[in-house]
Design a protein around this ligand. Structure first.
Ligand SMILES: C[S@@+](CC[C@H](N)C(=O)[O-])C[C@H]1O[C@@H](n2cnc3c(N)ncnc32)[C@H](O)[C@@H]1O
Ligand code: SF4
Length: 486
């Protein structure tokens, strides 16, 4: 073996040895009751979890609601069309070209914005930040994309907007048409792109049923950079066929691409929402050979390997799961939602709105979406007005998971509740396990806590909202059903 080969082998062994330490943490924290016995995870994205809401009417949603003092909203628009179904994807989307239906959808989306504005008593929405997602929101013809952006910006005051983001797949950004899309979006003020790269391994991309290979993924990143976008690229780890070795290669390749942000997702097999994607069925059935999942231990090792490779190359965790070289690069939309707990409006199928103590989810059914809007109604599916107690939990769970909890801000958001008085037992126990730190101003996750951020955040859930049942956790000091505040 040459000296260079020897160095590579030693480095790899070192990285793997470090990643193995996480397995010890996993087992220790399972015994303590923090992580469930089977090791699966549940993402703390909203509180309470969105599957647990009941139907809600427009009247209930807006009863007693007043506009934010500064009049600002973060805005989300959803476009649920894709070329083909990715195996891991749990989102309800329409597949194939369907240009006439896309036109119908855009008609409805435009009307929905008007219905919402009428309800709020405003004729323009002052944007704090914007996110357009899907589906593949760029999977529209150039004319449709232009039309969408045109009616959207007519209804939105962009002068207050700090970031205009699109979540995209690589294919719509390449070739002459892709470049024209990039130019068009830029001309409307879009300045950040989150590109779903998912993997840089040809075999894994095929197993995911992605409609692009490595070449297209790389071309999309180059094009996006050339047009001056801030670029975030997303990856999934723990996917069938991924090994420690090929995952390390993917991450080494990712850090060489010079994007501002790299985002990691652990494969979620069980849907978080209502629609179950193909991955569960395939990994359970005869296709198992092809869809054999890495173990929980291997998956967590992949996460640690990625973190080490990212850190070595100057990328550090900024907003949770997003690694950046500079602190200023992150999703404003996600930060405002999860840390600022600020008001946001969502338009389109499955979109959600968060209005201080209320949260509402649009329908996931296309026909219902069209018919509700045709009748001049908001296409609501379900929602919640949080009780005072639920609001207190929400105000710690989301900021703690995603950045940190500022004590003064917590007090402001909860109408005077002090973090020095609530959740004391939980906080002290989490501190004793080295999962969080606390000072006069704030509470935040340690590196270990950040690694298991969802599970730490779930310590603050009400027993009705803990993701796994009582018998699925060991009854250790961090048993989530003990010491619940409310
Ligand atoms: C809202 S999705 C839309 C992505 C975009 N349509 C695309 O395909 O590139 C955003 C990201 O969530 C991640 N994701 C989607 N389904 C997932 C799953 N089942 N498990 C883990 N991550 C997932 C993927 O990395 C994806 O890029
Ligand atoms: S992952 Fe993205 S491109 Fe694939 S089906 Fe889901 S929304 Fe569409």
């Amino acid at each position: 073996m040459t000296i260079a080969e020897n160095r590579i082998t030693n480095r790899k062994e070192l990285l793997i040895a470090r990643a193995k330490e996480r397995i010890e943490d996993l087992h220790r924290l399972q015994k303590a009751g923090l992580i469930c016995k089977h090791g699966d995870f549940f993402p703390s994205v909203h509180y309470p979890p969105i599957t647990m809401y009941s139907p809600i009417t427009e009247e209930e949603l807006f009863e007693g609601y007043t506009l934010p003092e500064d009049g600002l909203f973060d805005i989300y628009a959803h476009i649920p069309f894709c070329r083909q179904r990715c195996i891991f994807c749990h989102y309800p989307v329409q597949l194939g070209e369907r240009d006439p239906e896309k036109d119908q959808y855009l008609d409805a989306l435009e009307k929905e914005m008007d219905i919402y504005m009428r309800r709020l008593g405003i004729d323009k929405i002052k944007a704090r930040s914007i996110l357009v997602g899907g589906g593949t929101p760029t999977y529209l013809t150039l004319e449709q994309l232009d039309r969408f952006l045109n009616f959207f910006v007519q209804r939105v005051d962009l002068s207050t907007c700090t970031q205009f983001n699109y979540d995209v797949d690589p294919v719509t950004l390449i070739g002459a048409e892709g470049r024209e899309r990039l130019r068009l979006m830029r001309s409307y003020g879009v300045d950040r792109l989150t590109i779903g790269i998912q993997s840089l391994n040809e075999d894994i991309l095929k197993r995911m049923n992605r409609h692009h290979g490595i070449k297209e993924a790389l071309a999309s990143i180059e094009n996006a950079k050339e047009f001056g976008y801030q670029v975030n690229i997303e990856f999934i780890y723990g996917y069938p066929g991924e090994t420690l070795d090929n995952w390390m290669e993917v991450m080494e390749h990712a850090v060489s691409l010079g994007t501002e942000e790299i985002q990691l997702y652990r494969l979620k097999i069980e849907a978080y929402g209502d629609f179950q994607g193909p991955i569960k069925r395939l990994s359970e059935r005869e296709e198992k050979g092809q869809y054999q999942l890495p173990t929980v231990e291997e998956t967590l090792m992949m996460k640690q390997l990625a973190i080490d490779i990212l850190n070595e190359n100057g990328y550090h965790e900024n907003l949770r799961r997003v690694f950046t070289k500079e602190r200023k690069h992150y999703s404003h939309y996600a930060d405002n939602q999860c840390c600022g707990l600020l008001d946001q409006l969502g338009f389109g199928l499955t979109a959600f709105s968060s209005l201080r103590n209320r949260f509402v989810l649009n329908t996931q059914n296309f026909d219902e979406y069209y018919s509700q809007i045709a009748a001049g109604k908001m296409p609501l599916n379900r929602g919640i007005t949080r009780t005072k107690e639920e609001q207190i939990s929400w105000a710690i769970i989301l900021p703690l998971k995603n950045r940190c909890v500022w004590k003064n801000y917590f007090e402001k958001v909860t109408g005077g509740v002090s973090l020095n008085h609530v959740f004391r037992n939980k906080i002290e126990k989490l501190k004793s396990f080295g999962l969080i730190t606390e000072d006069e101003q704030k509470i935040e996750l340690t590196k270990l806590g950040a690694f298991f951020a969802d599970e730490v955040a779930q310590q603050f859930h009400h027993p009705n909202y803990i993701p796994f049942s009582r018998e699925q956790y060991e009854h250790g000091p961090l048993y989530p059903y003990d010491d619940c505040e409310f």
